[in-house]
Each structure stands twice: as structure tokens, then as C-alpha cells.
Design a protein around this ligand. Structure first.
Ligand code: MG
Length: 349
């Protein structure tokens, strides 16, 4: 969140410098978070938000700017347009410019005997960034040190600084709970999108059924292999491992290991999916192509998609199963064996 909040100011053409204020024990976290973002060295904050803001302002006092915007990193969705509105109000002569959003919900105040309706007319929520002329807001912070205020606007009012409102933005909400984070995350970051590719082939042998994409299909041959020889799930497992940079199926489930003799390949796939989950990621989509003359895949396609979706805990429209022949050419054309290719898309935080 702090990376996004800083980046939105750092790349704004009206902003000359960003001074982050952080907790002393967050130095390592901070430098990881802002890697590659233009920011000044962080200033160490104090016990309260107000102390932290004052210390941030003091850090600028030796080389004071004309104006300062004070922002909560807990509002990483601040837009460039909102930053511009605050800057423009100051440039046009405002002493202080504060984004305000009208209250849309019906308000109720709790009483001993129930809930009283409170008129929401003329009620607004104050957001950040709040912009000020630098010297007066620093002075207000120095004079009202230890005299708690919830934001800088409240402090400015105490100091007699006139406030001008600019339109805030619903999207610029404050992230304070896990629920808020859940709302902010998809708006913030497209994530780390990975694609992995998998390929597998198995030879036909004597038998009366094959396993393909987790579905048992009656056939005049079986597939030869250490496990259940499900080339479709093997290719898909490798695709997911590939997206994670986590080696290949043979490393995770060595064919020399007796534990995997005749094993259902669903467990290999589930293992690959668990690696994604362990990193806080999710599988976005997967696509398997089975390459064979026989058995016919079409009649089993829906069952295969459903089974893969079940193993990966995905909705079915994120799973694709296709089939092709090689027009009689090569080992699949001669019906010596069957091959499978797969692509998996994974999103990591
Ligand atoms: Mg295999």
C-alpha cells in the first residue's frame, strides 16, 4: 500500500518530492516495498499520527517548500486528478485544501431506546491528501503538539487557517480492515501474472481403459506409466509448476518412488495447486490439448473440464480441454501413444 501511495505522488508532475514517514522497525519492510520508486529517505515517525506528521514536516523545515500535501498511506487509491485538485486550490490562493465526500448512507445514532435518524444533509467525510501552505501548518503542528486532532484539517481549524473544500473520491477510501484490503487489492495491482507450459506423452500398452484429464475412459488399450499415466493431468501439473518456477513433475513425484506406483494423477495436480495457494496466488486459467487419434475426446470433454475444475477449485469456464489429431503422422498418428500439452496462467500477489 505504501508503495502505491508513494508512486501516485512521485509520478505526479505537480509534486517535487515525497517524504515518507515510517515506524523505526519498518525500515527493511519499507525499503523492500518502495524498491524502484522515487522517494526521499524515510523519516521516523512518532507515537501518534499527529506526531508522525509533525516529524515529517520538521524534516522539510530546513529547506521549506511553499506547499505541502499530507497523505495517509492507508489511502493508496488516491488519483492523480485528486492530487491536481488539491494542488490547484493551493496555487489559486487557498490556505488549506481538503477533499470532502458527501455521506451517501442513511445515518442513525444509537440511543438507549433505539436508533434515531440523523440528517445526512451537509455531512461530509474528510479524506487526504490535505494540502496546506507549509509554514502555517508546521506552526500549527508545533503549537498544538500533544493536543490530539484526528487529521490536519482539524489542527488547521484550531490555528485559524481557513479551509477550502475540493471534491474527494469514493475510490480514495481508507484501508483499515482486511475487508477494505480485499476491496482495494483488485483496484491496485494487476498482480504478478505468470504463464507455464507443460508437455507429456505416454505409450499405449495392453489394457481396456485410459485415464485422461482425471476421467476414466474405456478403450482398447491402456497408457503405460508409473502412475495412472494421465498425460493430460501430467502436462497440466507441469504447466502450473512451470508458472511457479517450481521444477517439474518428476522432481516432485520421482518415477523411482514406489509411493507413486499406479497413483491417481489428481494428487499431482492438487499438489501443484497447493504450491500456488501457499504463495497467496491463484490459478486464473488453464488450457489442455490432447493429441491422439483414439480415444475420441469430444464425448468426454465436459467431464474432463469439470474434473480439472474440481481438483483446482476453479469455475469450469476457467478450464479448457481441447483435442487434435496429427493427421496420421508421427507416433500419435501411428497410435503408438498419446501426447498432451497444457498452459496455465497463475496470478501471484
Ligand atoms: Mg507423464
Amino acid at each position: 500500500m505504501i508503495r502505491w501511495a508513494i508512486a501516485r505522488f512521485a509520478r505526479h508532475d505537480r509534486i517535487d518530492a515525497v517524504v515518507p514517514v515510517i515506524a523505526g522497525d519498518h525500515r527493511a519492510l519499507f525499503s523492500n516495498a518502495v524498491h524502484g520508486v522515487a522517494t526521499a529517505d524515510p523519516v521516523l515517525g512518532g507515537e501518534t499520527r499527529q506526531d508522525s506528521v509533525r516529524l515529517g514536516l520538521e524534516a522539510l523545515a530546513a529547506n521549506p517548500p511553499d506547499f505541502v500535501l499530507i497523505h495517509d498511506a492507508a489511502r493508496p487509491l488516491v488519483s492523480g486528478a485528486l492530487i491536481t485538485r488539491v494542488c490547484s486550490a493551493l496555487a489559486k490562493g487557498a490556505h488549506a485544501a481538503v477533499p470532502l465526500v458527501p455521506v451517501a448512507d442513511t445515518l442513525r445514532k444509537k440511543r438507549a431506546d433505539g436508533w434515531t435518524l440523523v440528517s445526512r444533509d451537509d455531512l461530509y467525510r474528510a479524506q487526504t491528501p490535505q494540502g496546506f501552505r507549509f509554514a502555517p501548518i508546521l506552526d500549527a503542528h508545533r503549537r498544538h503538539r500533544g493536543d490530539p486532532a484526528t487529521d490536519d484539517m482539524a489542527l488547521a481549524e484550531r490555528a485559524g487557517i481557513p479551509i477550502e473544500a475540493v471534491p474527494g473520491e469514493e475510490r480514495n477510501f481508507k484501508v483499515t480492515t482486511a475487508d477494505d484490503f480485499g476491496m482495494a487489492e483488485p483496484l491496485l495491482d494487476k498482480g504478478d501474472i505468470r504463464t507455464g507450459l507443460g508437455y507429456d506423452a505416454h505409450r499405449f500398452a495392453e489394457g481396456n481403459h485410459v485415464w485422461l484429464c482425471g476421467v476414466k475412459i474405456a478403450h482398447d488399450h491402456a497408457l503405460e506409466g508409473h502412475s495412472d499415466a494421465d498425460a493430460g493431468l501430467h502436462a497440466l501439473t507441469d504447466a502450473i509448476l512451470g508458472a511457479m518456477g517450481a521444477g517439474d513433475i518428476g522432481q516432485h513425484f520421482p518415477p523411482t518412488d514406489e509411493r507413486w506406483r499406479g497413483a491417481p494423477s489428481a494428487q499431482f495436480l492438487a499438489h501443484a495447486a497447493s504450491l500456488v495457494q501457499a504463495k497467496g496466488g491463484r490459478i486464473v486459467h488453464c488450457d489442455v490439448t490432447l493429441i491422439c487419434e483414439r480415444p475420441k475426446i469430444g464425448p468426454h470433454r465436459d467431464a474432463m473440464r469439470a474434473r480439472i475444475a474440481e481438483i483446482l477449485d476453479l469455475v469450469v469456464d476457467r478450464v479448457s480441454v481441447k483435442a487434435t489429431t496429427t493427421d496420421g503422422m508421427g507416433f500419435t498418428g501411428r497410435r503408438e501413444g498419446l501426447a498432451a500439452q497444457a498452459v496455465a496462467t497463475v496470478k501471484l500477489p
